[in-house]
Design a protein around this ligand. Structure first.
Ligand code: APR
Length: 234
């Protein structure tokens, strides 16, 4: 694939890119959804019914970030952003902060961020590095309760307009470490302009692999740096 240097690139990442850093994915064996029912911890109804359980689930995951570090795949994407002359947008479904820590800046967290909290009253979004529970109050309006800044099932993902704009004008779309089960992200490949190249990098073919022009199977820490080297060498 020969990509003009002024072509835009959009990269979509999922839990698979953070797996080799030690974070569990959702749908693999021993994945997060094998150990928890989605409807108990990741829906607005769950939060209304049993907020203590929901706070605990995300507190555990937030604490888990302290012990993990970005891997070679996160680092490669930060290098690509710095080196690529055209537009570059990284869209992640991950709520961890490993892309941020690796140095990615043109980055949208479409499913929210574990290290932020959102006020149920004034909707202000704040950095929230520690545990969060029902007694915490919004530092902005001083009375609202706070929830994890996470997009739950049934809620609208963030930044959709900017993402679809970038998909419509890019010359290359790459999806990395995502199973293709969850929309709208799984539908991005179909929304990319037909003139663009589309590539999937994943441990195994995803649910939507047939929609890509090219796919490669393997570990993200190997596939992503190798792909970047090819792209920058052309
Ligand atoms: N390298 C590359 N891919 C990997 C690796 C690895 N080391 N390890 C696992 N994978 C792949 C798996 O084969 C799988 O296809 O990553 C994918 C992870 O899929 P999911 O667990 O379904 O995660 P994701 O696609 O990010 O889930 C999407 O679902 O539950 C919601 O909101 C949650 O953002 C999440 C969304």
């Amino acid at each position: 694939m020969k990509l003009p240097r002024d072509a835009g690139i959009v990269v979509l990442t999922g839990a698979g890119i953070s797996a080799e850093s030690g974070l569990r994915t959702f749908r693999d064996a021993d994945g997060l959804w094998e150990n928890h029912r989605v409807e108990d911890v990741a829906t607005p109804e769950a939060f209304a019914r049993n907020s203590a359980l929901v706070y605990r689930f995300y507190n555990e995951r937030r604490r888990g970030l302290a012990g993990v570090r970005p891997n070679a795949a996160h680092a490669a994407l930060a290098r690509l952003e710095a080196a690529w002359p055209g537009d570059f947008l990284l869209v992640t479904q991950n709520v961890d902060d490993l892309h941020d820590r690796a140095g990615s800046r043109s980055l949208l967290h479409m499913h929210g961020e574990l290290l932020k909290a959102r006020c149920l009253a004034c909707r202000a979004v704040r950095p929230w590095p520690g545990d969060l529970d029902a007694d915490d109050r919004c530092p902005t309006c001083r009375h609202g309760r706070l929830r994890p800044h996470i997009v739950w099932f049934g809620e609208r993902p963030l930044e959709m307009e900017r993402i679809f704009e970038a998909l419509d004008t890019c010359g290359l779309f790459v999806a990395i470490g995502t199973s293709g089960h969850v929309y709208p992200a799984a539908g991005f490949v179909a929304a990319v302009h037909p003139r663009a190249h589309t590539l999937e990098l994943n441990l195994e073919p995803s649910q939507v692999v047939d929609a890509f022009l090219e796919h490669r199977t393997g570990r993200a820490t190997e596939l992503v740096p190798a792909f970047l080297a090819e792209l920058l060498a052309e």
